[in-house]
Design a protein around this ligand. Structure first.
Ligand code: NI
Length: 158
């Protein structure tokens, strides 16, 4: 496993639409292992392949319950709404308020190409939406209805 550099907001690769993963091979496994290590070291709860410069539809998420890998994910159902703070490893120091569904169901494949469905609520739903959006070139700053000001950020730190 190795740490990979995380691209930041101004990098045009983050704005591209990623292509589906076609080969569930060692190269994919190495990428996922590196993404998990990179997310972990950066203290993130999610990371999408384009954030490390790979324009493929793969994301990793860990909200504290252990790592989840979603290959070629597609959100197929959503319910309710939540409004909360969001940040992104590609937008260091920025936080914003983003409305997301309260619960989402995503279909995806695991690293060996096995199809599965996953339903998550609250932070998990937020993470799934945020990471899937990366695969279509969308960042949370595009959909935030309010970016936290420096004063608000200072209050958070207290
Ligand atoms: Ni992000």
């Amino acid at each position: 496993m190795a740490y990979r550099e995380i691209l930041t907001e101004d990098n045009p690769r983050l704005r591209k639409v990623s292509r589906p993963v076609e080969n569930f091979d060692k190269k994919l496994h190495d990428l996922l292992d590196d993404m998990l290590e990179t997310m972990d070291r950066a203290n993130g709860v999610g990371l999408a392949a384009p954030q490390v410069g790979i324009l493929r539809r793969a994301v990793v998420i860990d909200i504290g319950d252990g790592p989840v890998e979603l290959i070629n994910p597609r959100i197929i159902a959503q319910e309710g709404e939540q409004d909360g703070q969001e940040g992104c490893l590609s937008c260091p120091g920025k936080w914003g308020m983003v409305k997301r569904p309260y619960t989402v169901t995503v279909e995806a494949y695991d690293r060996d190409g096995q199809y599965f469905l996953l339903t998550g609520s609250e932070l998990m739903a937020r993470a799934i939406c945020h990471e899937c959006a990366h695969l279509d070139g969308e960042l949370f700053v595009d959909v935030a209805h309010h970016m936290l000001t420096e004063e608000e950020l200072e209050e958070l730190e207290d």
